[in-house]
Every structure is written in C-alpha cells, then in structure tokens.
Design a binder for this molecule. Structure first.
Ligand SMILES: C[S@@+](CC[C@H](N)C(=O)[O-])C[C@H]1O[C@@H](n2cnc3c(N)ncnc32)[C@H](O)[C@@H]1O
Length: 481
C-alpha cells in the first residue's frame, strides 16, 4: 500500500476511504481542464474480436493485420507488436493451437482476458519480463473489493463455468478455480472498455490504479485511450482534496436507465444529477406540449386523465397519448427489423416517418427521438446523403449539450462530425465554426498530440485558410463592383 501511495503522491494523487463508496482517488493538487490526472498501460487486456482478424492483439489497430502462425487465432499488425506480446503469448500460443474447433469457440473475449490475467500473474516474479511487484501490488490491493456475497446464485454458477473454461483453454497450468471465479466477479466491476478516439468500443482492459476511480453521472474527469494506454483527464477545474470521478456508463439517459445500467456495479449512484428534480427526466423521457411552439414539459395528472404542460398549462388527453405511444412502439419494431436486414434506403425513409411520428408525441429533447436521429445520421452517412446527415447531426447537438456536461467528448465529436459534413457540402464558414468547437472540447479530453487530434487540427487549418481565401475573394469582388 505504501508503494502505491508513493507512486500516487508523485502524481499529485492519493487514495481515501469514502463513506458509501469504498476507496476513491483524490486530487492532492489542483488540476485544470485538460490536465492528465493519470495515464496507465493495462495490466491485462483483450480486443473484443481478437480471433476475427479485426484488431491487433497489442495496439488494437485494425490495419495490416496478420495471423500468428503458431496458434492461428491471434492477430498482430506487425512484428513490433508481436515481439512485445511474445513473452506472454508464447505461454498461450501452443495451448491455443491445440484447441479443437469446439473449444476455440469457448475462447470469448472475457475468457481470453482472464487467461491473460492468469498468465500475467504467473509471469509476475519473472524479472526479465519487466513487470515489477508494484504493478502486481496495485492489482491485488485494488481488485480486492468485490465481495462474492453480492452475487446471486446464477452469477456464481456462471463465473464457476467460466473459470472451468479458462482451465480447459490453458490445460497445462495449475489453475485455482475458486480464485479465477472470484476474479471474474472482480473484473465485472473493475474492467474498463477500451475505445478508439471516437469512443467506439475495441476491447476490455484492467487498469489497476484507474479502477480506484469512482463513478458520477456528472463526472469531473474523462477516460480516453490512445491504443491501449488509458488517460484520465480533468474536464473541469479540480481542486486539491476533491474526488476524481469518471462515468462508468452512457450518461445520455434518464435517471432510471442510468441507475439500471449501474446495477452491474452493485451501488446506487447518489450524484447531484441522480437527485435532480423530476423536470429533467420528464423532458428526456416525456411528452411534448400540444402547442408545438411551447417547449414545456408534461406531468401526468392521473385524476384528470391527462398530461399537463408545466409551462403553459395545456393538457394532453391520456387516451390520445396512449394511442400515439402504442403506434410508436409498433413502428419501432418495424424500423429496427428493416435496419437489421441491411436495407439502408428503405430504413432511411421508414426512420424519417418514424421521426415524424415521434415528433407528435415526444419532447424535442427526448432520448428516444435523439436515438432515432442518431440512427438517421448514420444511415444517411452510409448512403452518402451528406445534406440530410448534416440536418440530423445539427439536431442532435442541443440534446447532447443538455445530457452531457460541457467539455464532454461526445459533444466535441458531434461538432467534429458536423464540421466534416459542412466541409463536404462546401459550407466553409460553418465547418470552421464546428471544427473550432470540436477542437476546443477535444483538446481537453484527448490532449493535443495524438494522430486523431493532428487530423482535426489539420482540418481546422484547412478550413481557416479556405475561409480567409473566400473572404478576401469576396472583398475584392465587392471593391471591383
Ligand atoms: C472500479 S471500482 C471503484 C473503486 C472502489 N470504490 C474500491 O474501493 O475499490 C467500482 C466500485 O466502486 C463502488 N463505487 C463506484 N462509484 C460509486 C458511487 N458513485 N457510489 C457508491 N459506490 C461506488 C462500487 O462498489 C463499484 O462496484
């Protein structure tokens, strides 16, 4: 514990016991927005689709992949990554090569992550491997909190079965089944989803120090990744003594949905957003005012059999709202099925009608409407319909600003998408504004040195150059006229 405290103190951090939360990471100095609070390599990690050739087992990149010629299961982007992983992979390579087709199917990403964890711990005392006991210590100290008594019988059986799978996958190792089952339970609360710069999930990793950080639905920090390296950056000024918090879940959701999604972590969030008044949830999951010009939110008045607008007092009949709500429910099944069948043109027009139907009933900032527009954005992009894609992208931004706090990477990424679409549509001034908004947020959440940020900065520079060229050309034309 002392070694952990020393390492953290050098980074301006400390660990404290927080009533109702267990341990938490505390700032021992002030951090400004964009400061890296902590960065860490994973103790163990696994890509979500490691055997399908879609990502490198080391850096998670998706290009130039080649199969390991030994096991023919794991993929690498080149000899560099393969060599770096070899000390660990050589222990599983032979075992994987010997797997029958049936057993190969058992090698799910979670089982693989556990297999890597077992192997890494086996290598722990091998100094030539380069892992110090410090890392191990962090792992043991940190991941010890999850209590098996929290689990129901079904989960206990599942973890025991998964532990058995690890034994089958690594038959030559002396595996303590009980310990592995316990570790599955610890992983479920402590692992982090590794995402690319656009927050698309790529895999799962265990980051011993980062997993000391507790959750808030309005976090003061954000977790982003460069390859597998995790970076926690401050989203807002964090004063010495304050707790560092990230969000474990998608926060564009109502309180009920967020609380449901947090159940897997065995706690009830008590952040200020979870105690926010009814109004926010009535907007995010509720109905709109009958008067389309009014943006009030409605509350159900059971005795009056109506939903009443809290801004203008206008009521909506219960029967009428139920009828439209049922139509929406029915249509939602149809549009989802058409989209899953892959018919994009049909999905595009059906989703457009679906959006119109939802607009009759749902508040303009409703999460369901937002999700429909996000789908329409994706579909229009796939169809190269940039004009409509831009319309939907723009419609999502005010809702993003409502559901994510300022500086949230999702807001920055959405501005970035808007900027790219505006650039394609030759709306140079608009693109410049959107790229600027995106850069202002994403340099806080993603830093300034990754290839992703270099690309954004170069798009921004290109838009600045084009805009000033267009402005001067216009000025010259006006002088001539
Ligand atoms: C990744 S760990 C965080 C560190 C943990 N507090 C510890 O002592 O090791 C996740 C666990 O921390 C606790 N936790 C995280 N955020 C919390 C919160 N906002 N309120 C209460 N408990 C929380 C829950 O027990 C959760 O399963």
């Amino acid at each position: 514990m002392e070694a952990l405290e020393r390492a953290l103190s050098a980074r301006g951090l400390t660990v404290s016991w927080i009533p109702g939360k267990g341990r938490g990471l505390i700032a021992a100095r002030d951090f400004s927005p964009g400061n890296v609070i902590i960065s860490q390599e994973p103790f163990a990690s696994s890509p979500s689709k490691f055997s399908s050739g879609s990502s490198c087992d080391r850096c998670f990149t998706s290009s130039n992949l080649r199969k390991c010629s030994g096991c023919r299961i794991v993929w690498y982007c080149g000899t560099g990554c393969q060599k770096l992983e070899w000390k660990l992979h050589r222990l599983e390579c032979k075992a994987f090569a010997a797997l029958s087709e049936d057993r190969e199917k058992m090698l799910t990403p979670t089982v693989r992550l556990m297999a890597k964890l077992v192997l890494r711990r086996k290598l722990q005392n091998d100094l030539t491997f380069g892992f110090t006991s410090y890392y191990h210590l962090c792992f043991i100290v940190h991941l010890s909190h999850q209590d098996m008594s929290d689990l129901d019988e079904k989960q206990l059986i599942l973890y025991a079965q998964m532990a058995n799978l690890v034994k089958l996958v690594l038959p030559s190792l002396d595996i303590d089944l009980k310990e592995v089952a316990q570790n599955f339970s610890k992983i479920s609360c402590n692992a982090h989803t590794i995402c690319d710069s656009e927050l698309r999930p790529l895999g799962t990793g265990l980051y011993p120090i980062i997993s000391i950080i507790n959750h808030s639905c309005i976090p003061n920090s954000v977790l982003v990744f460069e390859g597998q390296v995790a970076f926690v950056r401050a989203l807002e000024p964090i004063k010495a003594g304050a707790e560092v918090m990230i969000s474990y879940i998608e926060t564009a959701a109502t309180t009920n949905t967020r609380q449901d999604n947090l159940k897997q972590y065995f706690f009830t969030c008590s952040c200020p957003r979870c105690f926010k008044e009814l109004k926010e949830d009535a907007i995010l999951e509720g109905y709109r005012c009958k008067d389309k010009k009014c943006d009030g939110f409605l509350l159900h008045e059971v005795e009056k059999k109506s939903f009443t607008c809290q801004q203008c007092g206008l009521g909506r009949d219960e029967n009428e709202t139920t009828k439209v709500a049922n139509e929406i429910e029915e249509m939602s099944k149809v549009v989802t099925a058409v989209l899953s069948a892959g018919n994009l043109s049909q999905a595009s027009s059906l989703y457009k009608n679906f959006e119109q139907l939802q607009l009759n009933l749902l508040h303009p900032h409703s999460i369901k409407l937002l999700q429909t527009r996000e789908t329409l954005l994706k579909v229009c992009m796939e169809l190269n319909d940039w004009r409509r894609a831009l319309q939907y992208c723009q419609l999502t931004i005010p809702v993003y600003q409502r559901v994510y706090q300022s500086n949230h990477p999702m807001v920055g990424l959405q501005y970035y998408t808007c900027g790219k679409l505006e650039w394609l549509l030759e709306k140079t001034e608009d693109a410049l504004k959107s790229f600027t908004e995106a850069a202002n947020i994403l340099r806080i959440t993603h830093g300034s040195t990754s290839p992703f940020m270099y690309e954004l900065f170069s798009r921004l520079e290109e838009a600045q150059a084009e805009a000033s060229y267009k402005r001067s050309a216009l000025g010259e034309r006006m002088i001539t006229d």
